[in-house]
Every structure is written in C-alpha cells, then in structure tokens.
Write a protein that binds this ligand. Structure first.
Ligand code: OAD
Ligand code: ZN
Length: 436
C-alpha cells in the first residue's frame, strides 16, 4: 500500500510504481529527498532542511509522549516492566489502572489520585530535562521547530527553556489547577503543595475538590488544544518533517495528529519498544496509518531505540553534537548554581513571584529570562574558546550520560474520530478524553 495519490494524466495509480522505486506520484516525488528509510536518510533530509532555512521557513513538528521523560526518572504508562499502569497501581485497588485518571472516579474519591500525586506525579527537583528535551530546544534555537505536541504533564519542555508559545500540552499541565465541580481556577503551585502535604484542597467557592489541570478520562481537552484543532492545526498542515518520539500512539486524538501532515512529509518514529501499532488504526483514510514496514512506504522511518541515543546519533551525523553537549552543560551548570528552587520557580513563576511580592525571577512560564540567555551565551562563548584551546570537550556529568513533528484533520476524519469510541482509545475533538 502506497500513498494512493491519483494522477490526472495516468489511467492507473502511479503509486504502484513508487513501490518499485520509480516515485511517480506527487507525494512520492516530493518526498524522494528521503534517500533511505533509515537514520542516514533522516539526517540527509535534515541537513537539506538546515540549508533551506536560509531561504525559507523550516517547520519541524515534534510529537512526544512519556518515553522522552523516562531517562529523567519519570516512568511511562504502558511499558510492561516499568510502566505505571502495570506496576504502580496495585496498592490502590482501583477497578482498572486507568481509573486513576477518571474524572467520575476522582469526584467520588480523591484519595488514590492525591496519593499518586504525592508519591509519583509531582516533578521533583531532581527531575530534569533529558537529552531529548535539549535536542528539541536545539531545534528551536536553530529556528527549525514550529511546534511541540506533548502528552506529558511533567513540564520538562518548559524547564528545558523551550518557549511556551510553541509547546502544546495536549493532556494539560500541572502548572494550574481548578475545582473539579465548578471549574474555578486556582493556584497550581498551592494545590500541588497542599496535596504533597497530605491535605485535600477544596474550592473556596463551592467546596469541590481541587484537581491539577491535567486531562482525565471523561474530561474535555484544554481550550487551547481545541482551538488549534478547529484551525486544522496549521503547524501540522505546513510541516516539513514530523518527529514522533516516546509514545505508544495509543491515545486519541493525539495519535491522529500524524495524519494531519501533508502526504509528502516524512514522519520519523523514535521508540524503544513499540512500532506505534497500539494506536487506533481504524480509519480508512489512505494516509491514516503509518507506513513503516509496509510495502510502498516512501516516507515513514522507524528508528527503534532509546530516544536520547537516537537524537544524539542524529546530532552527531549532522555535526550538531558539540552544540547539544554545550546546551546540556549550560543547563546543568545553571541548575547547579540555582539549586532545586530552579525547578519550582521556573514551573510556577507567577505564584512564586506573587508570594514574594516581587517580580518573578524567570519571566513568562517556560520562556528563558534575559539573564538566563545572557548566562547561556557567555557560557557558550567560553565553551567555544575552551574547545578551541583544548581541542576537545571536557566530559561533564551530563555529557557522559549522553553516551548512553497536504492533509489536515478533515471534517470526515473528525466525524470518524467522534464516532470511534471503540477500544475506548478516543477522545472526540473538543469533547471528552478517553484513554485505553
Ligand atoms: P505510553 O506509556 O503509552 O508509551 C510510551 C512509549 O515510550 C512506549 O511505547 C515505550 O516503548 C516508549 N519508551 C519508553 N522509554 C523510552 C525511551 N527511553 N526511548 C524511546 N522510547 C521509549 O505513554 P504515552 O504514549 O505518552 O494520559 O501515553 C499517552 C497517554 O496515555 C498519557 O498522556 C496518559 C495515558 O493515559 C493521561 O493520563 C492524561
Ligand atoms: Zn468549585
């Protein structure tokens, strides 16, 4: 099966010939830049994109899941040996592990979730961005990244310094919280702090339970995500390259985003165990399924392995390794200097600033303050000087650890999405999130 693009002048589907390597249909012609469906093909394509950016905008979209935070010590959901659904839910006697994130269950009993927040969910001061997060930030600094769609609620993208305006937190965030009953918003930091202290925070207005603004089963997607989807996700529509990493693609509508990119856009899937077939492969949209491993595949590349290692290899092949290492080192140095408050100040800046009656030390959530940028530039400059003089980088702790995102979501596709609640894997667009 190929891209099934018909050609007005040909009496047959030209994609049949693409599978023979002739690349005649529009999609395949446009994407034959992907010389091979492997790491080499990916890096060659990225190299071209880097050259192209001098002349026109380059738009890489990255879609990520729990797997990119695993090396930061945050467990994913579905890995058999380490995933939280298999390994961390027994003590709560829930009907199913997923009930931990079910809104009806939460309203009836906040105990399990609050305990889970206390013991597992809260980003601890030791939870720091991974190599993959820094790689995304590097792409952003190179002006090649247009959007990150993240299912993660750990806010490590923000902490890595990636500007908030390009991050779309599809499953919400811990940075704010609201009343599960009347939806009145309240201070996210205070809610988290009270839960951690063993309290059950309630709404000032109606007395309902406070819940961090992360999307639960049976809850609507965040307004921002709904608005982006109404606009047919322009970032995805114009995307030059889609990188999907560390997700099982088991949850909708997130998994369907991969179908919103043009059919000529190469899609890279980086994953340690899964090949993404856990996603709901029910739609018959010809572009509706990934093509890796299938006959006629012309654009999908499965790079199996640890995402930190895979992007390190990509950077090495692109000649970006020193920049990536320098970025990680700069972050590590800053973090060491500022200590653990760094994490809380950066994730909850408004609240921290208000509490002190002073301006926040970090500016907008997730954005890099000018002081921080200055520090980073100085550190980069001195790093370059040092590299020149020593000929090689001294290995820091973080460097040592390295050795270790045209179709849109069409109306018909949307209708399918809203109908398709089977496998309980779907959230209809703008409606409740249901997780498998
Ligand atoms: P999953 O746990 O379903 O998938 C994580 C994927 O990352 C798995 O396929 C792993 O094989 C892979 N993985 C783990 N470590 C990796 C590593 N170091 N390098 C590369 N790949 C690695 O997590 P998500 O797909 O993010 O929603 O789950 C989606 C949603 O399901 C979550 O956002 C969560 C859950 O219900 C909420 O609860 C709000
Ligand atoms: Zn309330």
């Amino acid at each position: 099966m190929g891209c099934a693009t018909s050609h007005p002048l040909l009496p047959f589907n030209p994609c049949c010939l693409c599978s023979l390597g002739l690349n005649l249909c529009c999609s395949c012609v446009n994407s034959h830049n992907l010389k091979s469906l492997d790491l080499n093909g990916v890096t060659q394509f990225m190299e071209k994109l880097e050259q192209k950016k001098e002349r026109k905008d380059v738009r890489i979209v990255v879609m990520v899941g729990a797997g990119i935070s695993v090396s930061a010590g945050v467990p994913d959901f579905r890995s058999m040996t380490t995933g939280i659904y298999q390994n961390k839910m027994d003590k709560y006697s829930l009907p199913t592990p997923q009930h931990m994130f079910d809104i009806d269950y939460f309203i009836s009993d906040q105990g399990p979730f609050y305990d889970f927040v206390k013991t597992e969910l809260y980003p601890k001061s030791s939870t720091l961005p991974t190599v993959f997060h820094h790689f995304m930030n590097l792409l952003q600094e190179k002006k090649m990244l247009s959007r990150i769609y993240t299912q993660n609620i750990d806010m490590l993208e923000r902490l890595a310094g990636i500007p908030q305006e390009i991050i779309c937190e599809v499953h919400g965030t811990l940075s704010t919280s609201s009343c599960a009953n009347c939806k009145k918003q309240c201070d996210g930091f205070t809610t988290m702090r009270r839960i951690r202290k063993g309290e059950k925070p309630t709404c000032e207005k109606c007395g309902g339970p406070q819940k961090p603004d992360i999307v639960f089963f049976g809850e609507k997607m965040p307004r921002k995500v709904q608005e982006q989807m109404k606009l047919d996700m322009p970032d995805l529509k114009k995307c030059d390259l889609l990188i999907v990493a560390g997700t099982s693609l088991a949850v909708q509508p997130f998994a369907s985003f991969i179908d919103a990119v043009p059919r000529s856009t190469p899609r890279i899937f980086i994953n340690r165990d899964s090949d993404g077939s856990g996603r709901n492969g029910e739609y018959d949209d010809p572009g509706g399924q990934h093509l890796w491993g299938k006959c006629g595949n012309y654009r999908d590349v499965l790079l199996r392995g640890d995402c930190d290692k895979v992007v390190t290899n990509i950077c090495r092949d692109l000649g970006w390794l020193a920049e990536l290492q320098s970025k990680i080192k700069t972050f590590a140095d800053l973090h060491k200097k500022k200590g653990s408050t760094n994490v809380e100040e950066k994730l909850f800046p408004t609240q921290m600033g208000e509490r002190r009656g002073s301006k926040t030390a970090w500016g907008a959530i997730g954005s890099t303050s000018s002081k921080e940028r200055l520090d980073a530039r100085r550190s980069n400059a001195s790093e370059k000087v040092r590299r020149k003089s020593s000929g090689k980088l001294k290995k820091s702790e973080s460097e040592r650890s390295m050795n270790r995102n045209g179709g849109s979501i069409s109306p018909s596709h949307r209708r399918k999405l809203s109908k398709s609640n089977s496998n309980s894997s779907l959230t209809s667009v703008g409606s409740a999130a249901v997780h498998p």
